[in-house]
Write a protein that binds this ligand. Structure first.
Ligand code: GLC
Length: 577
């Protein structure tokens, strides 16, 4: 059929003259389920990889400010509602900034206080909020609190971290750790400090000691820091491993399970996370955030499925659910994950939709593996990410279909990846953290110097400039999807019902908010698939957005669609805006 009849096939000049979508106001409407952080799209910036302004090879805040139009609501923008910045605080950089030595300051690597102020002002001017990453569970071992705490048992910070006496001595006279807890990054979670003749706890690196959240002084100090960032214009916080903040009061050993590949998985983590005291901490924290209307929090769930995520989801507090991210590219697997999530969250809780972040293999690589149709799968995955119930979190570079970048052993930065081996399997997270390719030029427009991590080898063709000039690029698809999501109530706030699939490779779901209805159909397979559109809600539909501008001949065939391999489309009833 003639693709123009769908209203989708437009010439590049028509696309350029699309009306600029208005940014949502920065104030909250106060209508439940109608907050910007529920309806909006949140974009994760990994600051050291986004844009470098001073040629030191590391991204920085002025670089980000210079590229805000890529994210904003103008004709060249993605139209996101907020940016979540991975940590920008002073840090020795042993866990790429998640080891913080001063939670209240900006790392000079990224810029100055004035640069942060300018970022907030420039982002807000464009209708984009700023979400900071709060690493509350631990600090760097160079943090002055820990330096003071490890010096002895009597100083002002003596009890700020989780210290315990040894559980006796082993046969060679060495102190034994207080319990069997493990570090997620390998080895015991306990390190002995001779100055105190005690062990301290570190759920991650030895250089990342865990704070004791049962200490009122720790809470007060962290809350003061949070108020400080709110005063400086932060619109919300991503809470790193938030469900590990509170540990069992008696520090009991975890029950062990049978053999698993990862030592961490050989324990049931009953006592080192998800403790009852967490709720109280979250309530205190939320009270501080809620004192400023329109601010949000999202917790990073440290292991656990949708049921655990839903339990921790509270009024105005989102929780990442990594259920979708863990699925292979198969319609039944996605359907199961969506069903599980919907059952766990129910209509009363608002979920998140996450397909990638700075810890996981990028969507295109992860889902396509070594198959040749990587870009096609990246496009279909974009449709899945942006059409579900829940707040989508989009990781920088995904809008270009960026892939994981192979890092030779000698260039590995990620500390657990350096110690990886048979006894400690670990996926090198550097692979998903490569610098953003902006142009085809040297340094991909990311830096004039030597990038801190290798660039993607295809940056000469896969970059923002090239894709912005192509109305049918992956970037253009992301822009279309975000734009239609913004103006279609069914997509940004509607409920979600899975429809029976006519073929194993097809995923279809209906979203509905009052009179607004949208139907998404995704073909996960490599063969064309047919789908009957008549659902009872409407018999005649028209495509609102599809993975490519040019629709295949015979795309719409009466009340049915025929989708090509990895093709996806969003439909609205004919006559709907
Ligand atoms: C979170 C972060 C990860 C970091 C870890 C320890 O999982 O996403 O990057 O290594 O916390 O802070």
């Amino acid at each position: 059929m003639d693709p123009t009849a769908t209203g989708l096939a437009r010439s590049p000049s028509e696309v350029e003259s699309e009306p600029v979508v208005e940014a949502t106001p920065l104030t909250s409407t106060g209508v439940p389920g109608d907050d910007w952080w529920q309806r909006g799209v949140i974009y994760q910036v990994y600051p050291r990889s986004f844009a470098d302004s001073n040629g030191d090879g590391v991204g920085d805040l002025p670089g980000l400010v210079a590229h805000l139009d890529h994210l904003g609501h103008g004709p060249d923008g993605l139209g996101v509602d907020a940016i979540w910045l991975s940590p920008i605080y002073p840090s020795p950089g042993l866990d790429a900034g998640y080891d913080i030595s001063d939670h209240g300051a900006i790392d000079p690597l990224f810029g100055t206080d004035a640069d942060f102020e300018r970022l907030v002002a420039e982002a807000h001017r464009r209708g984009i909020r700023i979400i900071l990453d709060l690493v509350l569970n631990h600090t760097s071992d160079r943090h002055p609190w820990f330096v003071s705490s490890r010096a002895g048992r009597t100083g002002p910070h003596a009890d700020w971290y989780v210290w315990r006496d040894p559980a006796g001595r082993d046969r060679s006279g060495r102190p034994r750790p207080p319990n069997n807890w493990l570090s997620f990054f390998g080895g015991s979670a306990w390190t002995y400090e001779p100055a105190r003749e005690q062990f301290y706890l570190h759920t991650f690196l030895t250089e990342q000691p865990d704070l004791d959240w049962r200490s009122p002084a720790v809470r007060e100090a962290q809350y003061a820091m949070i108020r400080g960032w709110l005063d400086r214009g932060a619109d919300g916080f991503r809470l790193d491993v938030f469900n590990a903040l509170v540990k069992d009061a008696e520090l009991r050993s975890n029950p062990t399970r049978g053999w698993r590949r990862r030592p961490w998985d050989r324990q049931e983590h009953r006592h080192d996370k998800d403790q009852p005291g967490l709720r109280e901490v979250l309530c205190e924290l939320r009270a501080i955030v809620d004192a400023r209307p329109g601010r949000m929090t999202v917790g990073e769930l440290f292991e656990g499925g949708p049921a655990v995520a839903a339990t921790h989801t509270a009024d105005r507090h989102l929780v990442f659910d990594f259920g979708l991210l863990e699925q292979p590219w198969a319609a039944p697997a996605y359907a199961r994950a969506i069903r599980e999530r919907e059952a766990a969250f129910g209509p009363g809780r608002w979920p998140t939709v996450v397909l990638s972040n700075h810890d996981r293999s990028r969507t295109a690589t992860r889902l396509a593996g070594s198959r040749g149709d990587t870009d096609e799968i990246a496009r279909a995955a974009a449709v899945v990410l942006l059409t579900q119930r829940g707040t989508p979190f989009l990781y920088y570079g995904e809008e270009l279909g960026l892939r994981d970048v192979e890092i030779p052993r000698g260039e590995i930065q990620d500390p657990p990846a350096r110690r990886a081996g048979l006894a400690f399997p670990w996926w090198n997270r550097d692979q998903c953290r490569s610098p953003m390719p902006w142009t085809a030029g040297p340094g991909a427009g990311f830096t004039t110097g030597r990038p801190w991590l290798r660039l993607t080898p295809d940056s000469a063709i896969r970059n923002v400039e090239a894709q912005a000039a192509d109305a049918d690029s992956i970037l253009a698809l992301y822009r279309r999807l975000i734009a239609v999501r913004r103006v279609t109530p069914a997509l940004n706030r509607g409920d979600q019902v899975l429809l029976p699939a006519p073929a194993a490779e097809v995923l279809a779901y209906l979203r509905q908010a009052g009179a607004s209805v949208a139907l998404t159909v995704v073909n996960f397979g490599r063969r064309p698939a047919r789908f009957e559109l008549s659902t009872g809600v409407a018999t005649a539909w028209r495509p609102l957005v599809t993975t490519h501008l040019a629709l295949p001949a015979g795309f719409r065939d009466g009340g049915a669609v025929r989708l090509g391999p990895h093709e996806a489309a969003v439909f609205v009833p004919t006559g709907a805006g």
